[in-house]
Design a protein around this ligand. Structure first.
Ligand code: PLP
Length: 340
């Protein structure tokens, strides 16, 4: 619990809930965490009807605990389900399941600096059949894992790889849905990045191959020398609408900062980093919170952002967000969902 890493240890309990066509959701259970029994013909093993979420429970200074905007995860889960032709899970069932698991496993919320309890709600198609059609039966499940920092502690910034071989999402595809298939398809690009000495991939759009979209599991922001910020718009359907992204945009507006949701090209980023017009860049998501981007590499180029380390605005935004999440600052948007 002092240094849990990310997603290596799991708590004692899990939530399970079944869906059957005609009956709807039934058999909600809080039970001891145990392996799932699946027939080899279970649909998720073949055609991947699988969606998931990621949110955290934070320990508060007074010993209580809170979730952060769980209803936003519930709504996104519904959008992912709709795209994958999976059943709609009512928001209240999603949120109550998360709350119940954290309450049962409250001893598992770490109190080390920056640590939290990561919740992983997910849904899979459980019908045994090899026909290509939506499954008739589903399992919704929530598990939890105490986590520390996502990237190795002490690293000042990540290096990104711009892949020319791979894209993540195409218009009309599943880019906006949080489905396991998006991740499976991104792993060859991630392996390529690692061979090139980089930490993460920054994906470009699949049509023109020049507009910056996001990382494999994090959204991206650029900070300009006039103090303004920019992030790619999620209206294309090819970018996952991050709750961290949305929260940071609201915090930027609270701080009086200008933030644009507008397309930004890789060539422009390179030119602006070189001219000093872009002074910082960062990635954000629930797992990795706010992560400075130090360098960007591609087949034919490489450039450094600012000093190559963590920038001032990046760290100020990270502090503003985590101070709310850990109950060290006021919560003007009512984002915290207090559990006990
Ligand atoms: C989950 C995810 C994010 C970040 O979303 P948050 O709600 O901020 O955690 C960004 N991109 C992708 C592809 C994701 O799956």
């Amino acid at each position: 619990m002092e240094n849990p890493g990310f997603g290596r240890f799991f708590t004692d309990h899990m939530i399970t809930l079944r869906y059957t066509e005609g009956t709807g959701w039934h058999d909600w259970k809080l039970e001891a965490r145990k392996p799932l029994q699946l027939d080899p013909a279970t649909m998720v093993l073949h055609y991947a009807p699988e969606i998931f979420e990621g949110l955290k429970a934070y320990k508060l200074p007074d010993g209580g605990a809170t979730l952060f905007r769980p209803e936003a995860n519930a709504r996104r889960f519904q959008k992912s389900a709709e795209r994958m032709a999976m059943p709609n899970l009512p928001e209240e069932l999603f949120v109550e399941s998360c709350r119940a698991l954290v309450r049962a496993d409250r001893e598992w919320i770490p109190s080390a600096e920056g640590a939290s309890l990561y919740l992983r709600p997910f849904m899979i198609g459980t019908e045994s059949a090899l026909g290509t059609r939506p499954a008739s039966d589903y399992l919704f499940c929530v598990i939890a894992s105490p986590v520390g920092s996502y990237f190795k502690a002490g690293a000042p910034a990540v290096t990104l790889w711009t892949s020319e071989s791979f894209t993540r999402a195409a218009p009309g595809g599943t880019g906006f849905a949080k489905c396991g298939g998006n991740y499976a398809a991104s792993l060859a690009a991630q392996a390529e990045a690692q061979r090139e000495g980089c930490d993460q991939v920054v994906f470009l759009d699949a049509v023109e191959r020049r507009w910056i979209e996001e990382l494999g599991g994090m959204n991206i922001f650029f900070v300009f020398d006039d103090g303004s910020l920019q992030t790619p718009p999620t209206t294309t359907g090819t970018i996952l609408p991050g709750i961290t992204r949305d929260s940071l945009i609201k915090l930027m507006k609270d701080m009086g900062l200008t933030v644009r949701e507008e397309p930004y090209s890789i060539d422009q980023w390179q030119a602006d980093a070189k001219s000093g017009r872009v002074v910082e860049s960062f990635a954000c998501g629930t797992a990795a919170v706010v992560t400075p981007i130090g360098q960007v590499k591609g087949r034919k180029y490489g450039f450094t952002i600012g000093s190559g380390g963590a920038g001032q605005t990046t760290m100020r935004l990270k502090a503003a967000l985590t101070d709310i999440q850990f109950g060290r600052a006021a919560d003007p948007h009512n984002w915290l969902d207090r559990l006990f």
